[in-house]
Design a protein around this ligand. Sequence first.
Ligand code: BGC
Length: 260
Amino acid sequence: MELNLRDKRVLVTGGDGGLGSAMAEAFAAEGARVAINYRGEPDIAERMAADFKAVGADALAVEADVTDADGIAAMFGRLDEAWGGIDVLLNNAGIDGKAGKGWEIAVEDWTRVIDVNLKGAFLCAREALRRMVKQRAGVIVSTSSVHELIAWSGYSAYTASKAGLAMLTKTLAQEAAPHGVRVLAIAPGAIRTPINRSVWSEPEGMRDLLTKIPLGRIGEPEDVANMALVLASDLAAYVTGTTIFVDGGMTDYPEFAHGG
Ligand code: BGC
């Protein structure tokens, strides 16, 4: 089946990280033009861009802190110059932050997670929508989490940010739909990336994790990247304003497989 993503102009925020790099690779493999956003060290993003170019896909490494509105505007300006705009925003940059109960966590640590995951997603969506609404085409896919639904002790900022992202997605989708623009989110479950390495790299952690996943395996970054491809393509032309869970059934209440 043809995804028809060739030459699409795609920006992946946090494009040098666990899920972001898998998404960037997947879109580059489909012949899309991929801008890999990073913050701080350019090495990984630059190397990815060089690798994509070597196989004939156009690519850019673009620095910006997603919490900085001016920096985000400048990054989109670079895309305008290079490619004349954007077709697909993968709003993926995110952190889980320092763990701590609500009554223990420092306000700065709590706020940082909201700033990156929620405000950052908004700032990027805002710049993207200004362009997409005008051209009457475009797709935004944000990386949410099963924790937009499932409470997670120690991570009140993370869960609140992802639940917020769900409603940001729905509201922006409602606003943008009459203009031919779709806005969606993907909610990954436990995916094998650096963010949760401390869990899956230990046998004990992995055993506990698997009790939470009906399909019986940890997810791979490609599981999420594949869904991003489909959602960004016209195969999903009738899908907007919703979160698609890519979680091996984690949100299907596996505790209720027996008893109840
Ligand atoms: C978190 C991971 C966690 C997964 C399932 C994700 O949003 O980033 O650390 O393993 O949710 O709980």
